[in-house]
Design a protein around this ligand. Structure first.
Ligand code: CA
Length: 238
């Protein structure tokens, strides 16, 4: 078994389809359809035999008895399990706040199962690993980023980065494949007093893309999540 998932989604047919897809992926699924049930199940699973009983939570934001955000904040206050938000709403503010509050990633309906399984794999990988064991080398289509040696190689050639460009890349590399919000990037690279300065990010991301992308206007490496943040594409699995 790949793990146990608590799924909180009130749309019956979507819940069934997601459950089937997760089960095919080797997960055992506990299904719930409301905020109250989700809260009850989470407490039960945690209290029974520790957090290990639960490996992942997937929570719909629009639930009949309240906002899934309440559940996400409550869970995150007591557990570090991987947490993925699903949402039908193009409510970027709420997603950003939840990502900043500790949700690992989000999916906007309709999404493909391939996309869902990829997000789950990435979220599980990150949560099962602490920062000390985060990857020190990232490889993707002709590019190699080596944090230890502090160097970036593109098609065998050394790329020169400014210290800030490198710091930004290093921060994204902590969570390859996962979205990092503007606020998280600004706070970690520039400092807490700069969290509103999103123009810094636009500027430095453009510079990084010019240096690293094959085609900077169609980035495949440094992905923009409009209104939310950026994602370093998942590294080649090898
Ligand atoms: Ca819903």
């Amino acid at each position: 078994m790949a793990g146990q998932v608590l799924l909180v989604e009130d749309d019956h047919s979507l819940r069934q389809t997601l459950t089937k897809a997760l089960e095919l992926g080797g997960y055992r699924v506990v299904q719930t359809d409301s905020l109250a049930e989700g809260t009850r199940c989470f407490s039960e699973m945690i209290n029974r035999s520790g957090v290990d009983r639960l490996d992942l939570m997937i929570v719909d934001l629009g639930l009949p008895d309240g906002d899934g955000a309440t559940l996400i904040r409550w869970v995150r206050a007591q557990s570090s399990i991987p947490l993925i938000i699903i949402s039908a709403r193009y409510d970027d503010n709420s997603k950003v706040n939840l990502l900043d509050a500790g949700a690992d990633d989000y999916l906007v309906k309709p999404f493909s199962f391939t996309e869902m399984m990829a997000r789950i794999r990435v979220a599980m990988r990150h949560r099962n690993r602490d920062e000390d064991t985060a990857p020190r080398i990232y490889r993707s289509s002709g590019l190699e980023i080596d944090l230890q040696r502090h160097q970036v190689i593109k098609h065998g050639e050394r790329v020169r980065l400014t210290p800030t460009e490198f710091k930004l890349l290093e921060r994204l590399m902590l969570q390859p494949g996962q979205v990092v919000t503007h606020r998280q990037l600004l706070a970690d690279v520039w400092g807490a007093e700069f969290v509103e300065h999103t123009h810094y990010l636009r500027l430095y991301m453009a510079q990084l893309r010019n240096k690293l992308e094959e085609s900077p206007s169609q980035p495949k490496l440094l992905i923009t999540e409009p209104g939310i943040g950026y994602r370093l594409s998942d590294a080649e699995s090898s």
